[in-house]
Design a protein around this ligand. Sequence first.
Ligand code: FES
Ligand code: FES
Length: 160
Amino acid sequence: MKQTISFKLNDQNVSVDVNGDESLLTVIRTYLDKTGTKFGCGLGDCGACTILIDNEATRSCMVIVEDIEGKEIITIEGLASGEILHPIQKAFVTLDALQCGFCTPGMIMNALGLLIKNPTPTRDEIIYGMEENLCRCGSYNRIIDAIQLAAKEMNQKVKI
Ligand code: FES
Ligand code: FES
């Protein structure tokens, strides 16, 4: 049965009329046109659909939309400020931390969730925090480097 679900998406209040058991990933991509969040496995295994819900990195394919009533969602589209990229986005570009780019939005959102919880992670902590996000192109080393660089900029205001 359709119901109206209201929440904040990238700092804007939104409401959608959908079945409450629709996946949040489908709602974001299909009803709200935020296609930066990717559909990979749909099973919670790959991390391509990662977004932030109340600042917690979450796999949106595993969340039903009625559970996000009143919550705050951030997707990859919510990171840049106009033309100014978020430090994690800049670091991925600077260090060429992607090939096809399909996993990248999920990687960046998971990295942001990690850096919110732990602003100064060690390389091992980054590897541990990112290990369940899959990259079929095998860009892992550059992804880890980019997250280290982003953490530096975010903490020490190092200019990338
Ligand atoms: S699409 Fe959600 S974890 Fe793979
Ligand atoms: S860059 Fe292609 S899947 Fe990661």
